[in-house]
Write a protein of this length. Structure first.
Length: 130
């Protein structure tokens, strides 16, 4: 039987949740790139971690709260492309497809997300759903 720390990370990288996105969610590290933040936010949606989502959202665009649909389960993240968003940039975009199951239906959300540095940390600004 696998120990809890050995659970695969929802973001799709070949690492355990604890060592991958879990360290961001626990506040032990900050995302170094926009893509890393995107992956950690997908994992937060998959794990219903509203506090992390609010914290990693730009204050100018963040909602007052996050409401999760209990019938929606985020299954898989596919990064299509990243532009800028490196440790040497202040802005970046990440295009992704987030695959989900809702009831008996499957689907995907295709979005181009904008990220920026705010007070030294990467944050999600907004996104355009395709």
């Amino acid at each position: 039987m696998a120990k809890r720390r050995d659970v695969p990370c929802p973001c799709g990288l070949p690492a355990s949740y604890r060592e991958c996105c879990g360290r961001f969610h626990r506040g032990e590290a900050k995302a170094a790139t926009a893509e890393q933040l995107m992956r950690s936010r997908f994992s937060a949606f998959a794990r219903h971690d509203a506090a992390y989502l609010i914290e990693s959202w730009h204050p100018a665009t963040r909602p007052p709260r996050i409401d999760f649909d209990p019938a929606l389960r985020w299954e898989r993240l596919e990064i299509v492309r990243s532009v800028d968003g490196t440790p040497f940039n202040d802005e970046g975009t990440v295009e992704f497809r987030a695959h989900y199951v809702q009831g008996r239906e499957t689907g995907e959300m295709h979005e181009v997300s904008r990220f920026a540095r705010h007070e030294g940390a990467w944050v999600y600004v907004d996104g355009r759903v395709r």
